[in-house]
Design a protein around this ligand. Sequence first.
Ligand SMILES: *[C@@H]1O[C@H](CO)[C@@H](O)[C@H](O)[C@H]1NC(C)=O
Ligand SMILES: *[C@@H]1O[C@H](CO)[C@@H](O)[C@H](O)[C@H]1NC(C)=O
Ligand SMILES: *[C@@H]1O[C@H](CO)[C@@H](O)[C@H](O)[C@H]1NC(C)=O
Ligand SMILES: *[C@@H]1O[C@H](CO)[C@@H](O)[C@H](O)[C@H]1NC(C)=O
Ligand SMILES: *[C@@H]1O[C@H](CO)[C@@H](O)[C@H](O)[C@H]1NC(C)=O
Ligand SMILES: *[C@@H]1O[C@H](CO)[C@@H](O)[C@H](O)[C@H]1NC(C)=O
Length: 657
Amino acid sequence: MAEHLILFSVLLLSLLASFVSGQVFWSVNCGESEIYTDSNLMIWTPDATLISNGVARVVQSSNKISTVLDSLRVFTSRKKNCYSTSVTKGEKLLVRASFNYGNYDRLSSPPTFDLHFDGNFWTTVQTLISGANAYEATYVAKGDSVSVCVAQTKSGQFPFMSALEVRSIDSDAYSILDENRALFLIGRISYGASKTLRFPQDLYDRIWVPSLAGGTKKVTNNATFVDSTGTNNPPSGIFENAITVDSTTESLLLATISPTNTPVYITTYFSEVNNLDNTGESRSFRFYETTASTSVSISQPVSPPYLSMIERHLYNYTVNSITNISLISTTNSDLPPLINAIEAFNISEVLTDGTDSNDVGALALLQTKFDVLAEWSGDPCLPAPYSWDWLNCSNENPPRVTSLFLNGFELSGELPDISSMDALEIIDLHNNSLDGEIPNFLGTMTNLQQLNLADNKYSGPIPTSLSKNDKLKLTVTGNPSVCTSGKSCKSSPGPGTVNSSPGSNPTSKKKKSSMLPIALGTAIPTFFLIWVAAGVFIILRKKKNAVNHNTPVAKGYTTGGANVISGGGANVISGGGANVISGGGANGNSDGLHQTGEEMTNVNAMHQIIGSPSPLLDNSGQTSDMFEQSGLRRNRIVEYDLEEKLEGLNHGLHVHI
Ligand SMILES: *[C@@H]1O[C@H](CO)[C@@H](O)[C@H](O)[C@H]1NC(C)=O
Ligand SMILES: *[C@@H]1O[C@H](CO)[C@@H](O)[C@H](O)[C@H]1NC(C)=O
Ligand SMILES: *[C@@H]1O[C@H](CO)[C@@H](O)[C@H](O)[C@H]1NC(C)=O
Ligand SMILES: *[C@@H]1O[C@H](CO)[C@@H](O)[C@H](O)[C@H]1NC(C)=O
Ligand SMILES: *[C@@H]1O[C@H](CO)[C@@H](O)[C@H](O)[C@H]1NC(C)=O
Ligand SMILES: *[C@@H]1O[C@H](CO)[C@@H](O)[C@H](O)[C@H]1NC(C)=O
């Protein structure tokens, strides 16, 4: 009975989740083969049914963090390995990928590798000897699937993944976001909170990490409920507490931002904690931008409402010199500034539209027809040079598929019509079991230079469009029933005539011919061409691999730029030791990433990392403090009023209300 009740609640909650927060609520527990329901009643799909490449591993017991993060899948082959799921095109998504090395291989050698989403480079993951990293991106899907891939960039350092989450977000949340860009989370803090907040309190399953910035004090909201509907729909729980400073003469430092090429989006949430109508007091403050030489107000006065909330933000924000963003009381304010929560993001470059849609469509046909190809997902070509292993692409935008290397894939049956991949120059299908007649559409592919159909089960004639194409290097040896000059097509006055008499050749000949491919093409002297036209030429060549798989050595991407938001001093959005936003443990409120409510096996190991390895989060000298006490401390935000836009622009700010 109790079990039924639990099951019922699970169903109800998942229903609620998919209902309220959109269509996708996908949680993948990598390296697992069983479904797992966590203490938040989130259902984790095992990846054993999703992906066949890679090997499931578990972390060492001393590195355990949480059930979900303690298993992983490591990939020792292929340029990239992807997880993929369907979404609705145009849907706004939150995608979170987590990595807990946990010394699973007992080599004490945490790997570094690249992370991609939907054909875009995301970040370089530097995993930790102890503790997990998580990366989160928010963006609008450009296609009808989302893919997250890991790619090896260093020899001997194998990529892995521990957990992957995809959630739908209402389109009106983060509506300031340019639909062609992504937001990469740097930090998301609920000030003064006692525990991590996520689903079901947060319908989008954002993870709000508790923090209490140094030099600030926690205040509790007198209101028992705060209406948090509105911009970004934060969970009302983040308004239960706030931080403030002791007096109106003190400033509340939100963030220290360093010059970088990456613009940031910082958004802040405020709710008054006292009913000031009762006390007759006032609270108002402004955002200030302070550099070594200037300190200017960059907002209108902010007076947070009681029982509801307001949001203020800075979008596309960059600075020319190290800049502090602070909250400072206005002269007529009775009370010091306060803040309830903050989020900070990097704004990505413009996202790719992906590989040419004709190519993607034709590849999908191949994948539908041949099961063995079906599990390749992610963008076929992007980001370069991480294409699928069995094809090669051009460097155009959008990229085109220029080569198919499908030799030895045990393909059988007929080749679907892939002529829309009309940029193909090389098609290598040798050593499969393709049958039927050699398809005519191949002759319409005008860019084709090499077509290797050797060692298949083709029969019948070679289409004239192929045999007459003297720019094409065609190889059809090892197809005993193909009508070539060596096995004359009965009643074949010329090319194009079918010789469908299998078995007309002795096996010995078959074998021989399969080792000596017939090549028709550019290298053929004219008199041979004439022979060809007459249907009687065979050019025997020493067989060689027509094509080498091109496996470029992956080179790392560097996201240049200096530091951005720094945790200088006791303040702000700070990174812990390894530039990790840490959920800290010393103050006892550091729930693990996937940990809320679960038994925490190793509190100190769980560096809550969101947005992680980021010079943005400069921890100058504050490492241990940051790690142990809070990730983002007094983060400050900035939002601007239109009236002050000009001032903001003078400082390179784009101000939005
Ligand atoms: C907040 O609540 C406490 C306890 O209920 C009460 O004593 C106090 O007056 C309230 N403060 C304001 C400003 O409403
Ligand atoms: C920013 O604030 C920190 C901490 O108060 C301080 O040490 C630093 O000098 C400030 N930097 C600027 C540019 O004002
Ligand atoms: C930020 O502002 C610059 C300058 O106006 C503009 O070129 C750029 O496209 C903006 N970036 C975003 C993410 O809006
Ligand atoms: C042909 O493909 C099969 C299956 O992939 C492979 O085992 C075999 O080695 C290949 N033969 C040659 C000659 O490449
Ligand atoms: C694949 O493409 C790259 C870049 O376009 C090129 O350098 C490489 O030679 C190609 N490999 C093959 C086997 O065609
Ligand atoms: C944000 O951008 C900075 C500067 O380009 C980069 O160093 C940092 O790794 C980025 N952080 C995230 C979370 O994307």
